[in-house]
Ligand binder design. Sequence first.
Ligand code: SAH
Length: 354
Amino acid sequence: MPPRHLADLDLAARRAAVAALGEKEFRAAQLSTHYFARLERDPARMTDIPLTARDRLAGDLLPPLLTPVRELQCDDGATRKALWRLHDGSLVESVLMGYPDRVTVCISSQAGCGMACPFCATGQAGLTRNLSVAEIVDQVVYLAGVAASGGVPGSPNRLSHVVFMGMGEPLANYPRVIEAVRRLTSPAPEGLGLSQRHITVSTVGLVPAMRKLAEEDLSVTLALSLHAPDDELRDELVPVNQRWKVAEVLDAAWAYAARTGRRVSIEYAMIRDVNDHPWRADLLGKLLAGRLAHVNLIPLNPTPGSKWDASPKPVEREFVRRLRAAGVPTTVRDTRGREIDGACGQLAASEESA
Ligand code: SAH
């Protein structure tokens, strides 16, 4: 794990940490305002704190966690991918996406991923380690700073949405992800002051963790990476299905919806001749009809060495038509960031590739 950072702590713990350094407790709020309200991560620019105090405080509470290795952009700057090196050399990526009405950041919760979904580049490399709370939060603070300085043309300057859809399985790093959500949503200067409703946690379907999440009293959106409506195929596409079956994982999703009143987002990558058959659309429609759910189809993004392709558009349209006919709200996700290997399933965090 990396050194402790301000963003690992709530305000009370920050005050205690500041006091333990022999500094005045109000410095905790001052540092917090710089970091969370002004999105200032560089201690050298926190000039309202006297230099000796600043050095001592920064040394203890603002260790550099993310070193930028490379930033790529496409869509005239509306999509940007950042590659970071962590203190131990691990690499992770985050993606910033600007839209006319909002700015969304897609963040990583782990270096690598242990879930081994065969169509996902992150899953091919295996898990390196969990990220700390501050390593998760710092991705957001950095990219919120990029947005604030006008870095996403044609979009608002204020970052408003966070999706845990980068590298890793968020629910496999449960306590840190929950704590990061709390930090992102506490009002400034304790946190970033984002709306819980604007945060999406995506999971392969770790059932016990999904059930626990429902009890947290958070109004975050839950996204479930389903990808197949039948166990035979899902066992292959999402190997954790061998442990928790489609019926169980959907039950946990409905429990989440019932408890929070939030519509669950069902993610379904459209893979040619693998999961895109009309009968699978009908079966999916039957499983979801009448539920608090929405389907987000993701045209399969290319990954190195993959034998699979995206479904042809007419097949995709028929899939959408059948789901809608079953009364299931369905949308098709854009393929944002494909050119920079920044789209769903393409985050491999290698220094060589794109
Ligand atoms: N581990 C979590 C968070 C990652 S979210 C989860 O699986 O939900 C990334 C989303 O992109 C998931 O729905 C994942 O299944 C999907 N995905 C992975 N590889 C993809 C690819 N090649 N094309 C399209 N979507 C992909």
